[in-house]
Design a protein around this ligand. Structure first.
Ligand code: URA
Length: 488
């Protein structure tokens, strides 16, 4: 009965492959109830041979517009292990053509199911970022790092780019039972999975971890049950620091532990050790899944020294579904006191330029590269200091999380500090201003000047010229964010 269409997808979690199929089905008017999706690894033939076969290749020229939120949702849902995910997404897509506001109805069974799957995937991806620990290995071509990880969902491709930004200068592999990711310092490739025995078990890095963890350990904040709930035992097993916890929790005070063990590293020494080691991505075992989680976890952050002198960390601000994410350098004096980004003099310049470019500040997610104010006291004043590379790198943990959650199609970096953090390499703003650089969530990054630069220009004519160009850069970011918004 050839009314039915059977689709076998080669990849477990490939958005482009699913998208190509979905576009063809939609263009041919194939209703969801006539389709049967399966992944190549599953043996079941849904229609018992009685269906037309649609291969994933081929495409259609038709422009299919969907709400932007659908694209992000689909990318996440596809990474879930649930066998119904391909069909669920096609059903949603089909229904969206009749009701463009469908995704807003959270009580709808399909919307609810898709959101639940997407949330589980995001959570698993955060866990991978937090709990991957690299071990050093020597190979014929030199030093490399290998980590073993056991994710529940198909998140390796989705999450590996995070590690390329974080550990761009080293060669590493992350091995999982299904897939492995390899970075040679330039390109990211993926291969088959392997077994735990294929990976090294222990090395000197573990010791650094343990020293570091001991130095930041705070028994008053230890919540073993919460940690266990957060961190399934399979992750727990692979974490060197987890072996310390029973002993540390018996020790009432950090000092007692230090004097007994004889290690007594200063927090600064341990932090330096950790910062110099690959795999030391997450100093504290915390669960951070939403922007609110970030805002509160940030207040505990001691990844660098800036927390000591700043009033409070300043988290990003704006809607989680923003199409445009703007990254500044760091909070200034007024931001530090108010706890909000861009409320001081540079913020006023930015606000005016946003308005001129037709961008509603409330629609943008606005954040900073470094979340604590860095300054030198001079009399009663606090003089802004540029964050250094290690502070930028330490704080990228938070920026990457914000970018991951917001997943805006356009990220705009203001100035060289933000550009470095967003692109993961040092750049000269004038060299790349106005160029759209593809990033790993399917969107683009743009770079422009920092608005504070306009305040510093002594020459009025030059200031006017730069400001006009700045507004144009903002316009370009707006246009791109609107364009990329809704094409399936
Ligand atoms: N400059 C920035 O880069 N960010 C702020 O929040 C304020 C000033």
């Amino acid at each position: 009965m050839n009314d039915l269409v059977s689709i076998t997808l080669d990849h477990a979690a490939n958005y482009d492959e699913w998208r190509a199929v979905a576009r063809r089905l939609l263009a041919a008017g194939v209703a969801p109830e006539r389709t049967g999706f399966r992944h190549a690894s599953s043996s079941a033939d849904l229609f018992d041979g009685g269906a037309a076969i649609l291969t994933p290749s081929g495409n259609t020229d038709r422009n299919i517009r969907v709400p932007r939120a659908f694209v992000g949702l689909a990318r996440d849902v596809l990474c879930h292990r649930d066998g119904s995910r391909f069909a669920l997404l096609y059903r949603l897509l089909w229904r969206l053509s009749e009701n463009r506001r469908l995704l807003e109805n959270r009580a709808d069974a399909d919307v609810y199911a898709a959101r639940r799957l997407a949330k589980a995937v995001r959570r698993e991806s955060h866990k991978m970022k937090a709990f991957v620990r690299f071990r050093r290995v020597e190979s014929e071509s030199g030093e490399a790092f290998v980590a073993w990880f056991e994710p529940e969902h198909h998140i390796v491709e989705r999450t590996a780019p995070f590690f390329t930004r974080r550990f761009s200068g080293m060669r590493w592999s992350i091995v999982t039972p299904e897939r492995s990711a390899h970075w040679d310092g330039r390109s990211l490739t993926f291969g088959d999975g392997a077994t735990r025995n294929d990976c090294p078990d222990d090395d000197a890095l573990e010791n650094h971890w343990r020293v570091y963890y001991a130095s930041i350990f705070n028994p008053a904040r230890l919540k073993l049950n919460a940690m266990r709930a957060e961190m399934p035992v399979k992750f727990w097993r692979n974490l060197p620091e987890s072996r310390l916890i029973p002993e540390l929790s018996r020790s009432a005070r950090r000092e007692q532990y230090a004097s007994r063990s004889g290690t007594a590293p200063s927090a600064a020494t341990a932090r330096r050790l950790v910062a110099s080691q690959p795999g030391m991505a997450m100093p504290e075992v915390t669960s951070v899944n939403t922007l609110d989680d970030i805002a509160s976890a940030l207040q505990q952050c001691s990844r660098c020294q800036l927390c000591k002198s700043a009033t409070a960390a300043v988290p990003g601000e704006g809607p989680a579904h923003a199409k445009l994410l703007i990254v500044g350098e760091q909070p200034g004096d007024e931001e530090d006191l108010s706890g909000r980004p861009f409320v001081g003099p540079a913020g006023k310049v930015l606000d005016a330029a946003l308005e001129e470019a037709g961008i509603d500040r409330k629609s943008v997610f606005l954040t900073n590269t470094v979340k604590h104010f860095k300054f030198k006291p001079r009399g009663k004043r606090r003089i802004h200091q540029r964050p250094n590379v290690s502070e930028i790198e330490s704080c990228r943990w938070w920026l990457d999380l914000e970018r991951d959650i917001v997943s805006a199609p356009v990220t705009l970096a203001l100035g060289a500090t933000a550009a470095r953090a967003v692109l993961g390499r040092p750049v000269k703003v004038s060299d790349i201003r106005g160029r759209a650089i593809a990033n790993d969530n399917g969107g683009v990054s743009l770079v422009t000047i920092h608005p504070a630069f306009l305040l510093r220009l002594p020459n009025q004519a030059e200031a006017r010229r730069q400001r006009t160009q700045f507004v144009n850069d903002l316009r370009m970011a707006r246009t791109r964010s609107e364009q990329s918004a809704s094409l399936l």
